[in-house]
Design a binder for this molecule. Structure first.
Ligand code: GLA
Length: 382
C-alpha cells in the first residue's frame, strides 16, 4: 500500500513529525478453531494490512483519524473517556490493555488506513491491534516483548470488541516472516517457521463477500461448547487441560453427559488436531496431495460438525472439488469470508474463471480473488 496519502493527511491534521508502522492480516493453511483449544495452527502473514502514521502529542489524549471511514475520533485513556466508534475501540483497547499490564503509553495522534478486506476472515482486526501495539511499544519505548504484544491484541478483542478469540491472528500478525508459515502450539506458545514455497502450486483466496451479522456471538458459543466438553472429559482424565489433548475415545466416554451439539463441536476439534499433524508430516515430504486432502477434511468438519460455514462457502468448496483443485476449505472463524485454495498452476486460470461464472450465476456477484503472498509481520516502515 502506498503510504503517501496517509502521511499527507497526517501532515494536514497534526503536523509533519511522524513515524509509519504496519502490521499484516493472515492466512491459515490448516488448524482452525484449535487455538483456543490448546491445539496447533499453521498461519502466515500476508502482504495486506493496516498502515498508521503516528506521533506522540504531549497530552493524555488520543486523536485518531480513519481514512477508510473518513472519520476522526478523539478520546482519553480511561474507561470513562472511551470512544464510541467501534473502529476506535480497537485502538483504545490496546492502550487500556497496556495500562492493565503496568505499561504507560502516552497521548498520540494517528492517521491510519488498511488494504486488508474487512470481515473476510483475513484478520483485519488483529492487523489493527498489532499495528498500534507495536507502534506504541516503539514510540514510548515500553519494552514489551512480542508475545505480550500479541496477547494485548487478543485481550483487546476479548474486553473491548466482544470476541473471545484465540491467539492465532495476533500471533501471526506480530511474528510473520516473508515466505514462511508458522506452526504454533497454542498450549505452550512454542513455534517454528516453515519455509512455504509449494512448487507448481498457487495459494489463492476466494472471498464470498458474505459477512455474518452474528459471527461474534456464534464464535463465542463454539468456544463455550468446547470448554464444556473439555470440562466433562477432565473429570475422567485429569491430564487433559485442553480439548486438543483429548482423544475420540475420551470424548465418547462423555457422550451421554453433553449435548449432541457440544459433542459434534468437540469431534471436529479432535479431528482437526490429527489433520494438522498429517499436514506437517506431508509438508516435510513435499506431499501436497495429502495437504489438500486434509484441507477438504477441515472444510467438511467446519461445515457439518462445527457448523461455521455457509451456503456460499460450501458452494465455492464444491466448485473447487469439481475442478480438481488440490485443497480447498473455509478459512478463519467462518460464517462468511474466504475459502483458501491450494491449486496447481496449470489449473489456476480455469478454476478462477469457473468459480466466478458459477458463483455469479447462483448468487448474483462474483467472489473476489486474492493471490496469497506470505510476508513480514509487525514493523516500522519509516
Ligand atoms: C478467528 C479467531 C482466531 C481463530 C480463528 C479460527 O480468526 O480470531 O483466534 O480461533 O477464528 O481458527
Amino acid at each position: 500500500m502506498n503510504t503517501k496519502e496517509i502521511k499527507s493527511k497526517f501532515n494536514s491534521l497534526f503536523g509533519s513529525e511522524l513515524r509509519v508502522y504496519t502490521s499484516p492480516g493472515r492466512v491459515n493453511l490448516i488448524g482452525e478453531h484449535t487455538d483456543y483449544n490448546g491445539g496447533f495452527v499453521f498461519p502466515g502473514a500476508i502482504d495486506k494490512g493496516i498502515y498508521a502514521a503516528i506521533n506522540p502529542n504531549g497530552t493524555g489524549r488520543i486523536r485518531a483519524y480513519s481514512m477508510d471511514y473518513n472519520a476522526l475520533s478523539e478520546f482519553g485513556m480511561t474507561e470513562a473517556d472511551a470512544p464510541r466508534e467501534p473502529w476506535a475501540r480497537y485502538i483504545f483497547g490496546v492502550v487500556r490493555e497496556m495500562q492493565k499490564r503496568g505499561f504507560e503509553p502516552k497521548g498520540f495522534d494517528t492517521v491510519f488506513a488498511g488494504d486488508v478486506p474487512l470481515g473476510a476472515g483475513m484478520s483485519s482486526s488483529a492487523a489493527l491491534e498489532s499495528t498500534f501495539a507495536n507502534a506504541l511499544n516503539d514510540i514510548f519505548d515500553l519494552g514489551i516483548d512480542r508475545f505480550e504484544l500479541a496477547r494485548i491484541g487478543q485481550s483487546t478483542e476479548h474486553n473491548y470488541c466482544g470476541v473471545k478469540c484465540g491467539i492465532m491472528d495476533q500471533f501471526a500478525s506480530v511474528f510473520g516472516k516473508e515466505g514462511h508459515l508458522m506452526r504454533l502450539n497454542c498450549a505452550t506458545m512454542e513455534f517454528e517457521y516453515f519455509p512455504f514455497n509449494p512448487k507448481g502450486y498457487k495459494v489463492v483466496l476466494l472471498d464470498t463477500v458474505v459477512k455474518h451479522e452474528l459471527a461474534s456471538s456464534a464464535y463465542n458459543k463454539r468456544r463455550e461448547s468446547c470448554e464444556n466438553a473439555c470440562a466433562h472429559i477432565k473429570t475422567k482424565h485429569q491430564e487433559v487441560n485442553y480439548l486438543s489433548d483429548a482423544t475420540m475415545s475420551m470424548l465418547d466416554e462423555v457422550k451421554d453427559e453433553i449435548s449432541n451439539e457440544d459433542y459434534m463441536r468437540a469431534k471436529y476439534v479432535i479431528g482437526e488436531r490429527q489433520r494438522v499433524l498429517d499436514v506437517c508430516a506431508a509438508l516435510e515430504r513435499g506431499d501436497y496431495e495429502t495437504v489438500g486432502d486434509r484441507m477438504y477434511g477441515t472444510h467438511h468438519g467446519m461445515s457439518k460438525e462445527y457448523e461455521v460455514s455457509c451456503e456460499e462457502l460450501d458452494y465455492l468448496n464444491d466448485i473447487a472439488k469439481e475442478c480438481g483443485v488440490t485443497g480447498s476449505r473455509v478459512m478463519g472463524g467462518g460464517f462468511g469470508g474466504c475459502t483458501i485454495n491450494l491449486v496447481k498452476e496449470g489449473l489456476y486460470d480455469k478454476f478462477i474463471a469457473t468459480a466466478k461464472e458459477k458463483f455469479n450465476a447462483k448468487f448474483g456477484h462474483e467472489p473476489k480473488v486474492y493471490d496469497v503472498v506470505i510476508s513480514d509481520g509487525a514493523r516500522r516502515l519509516e
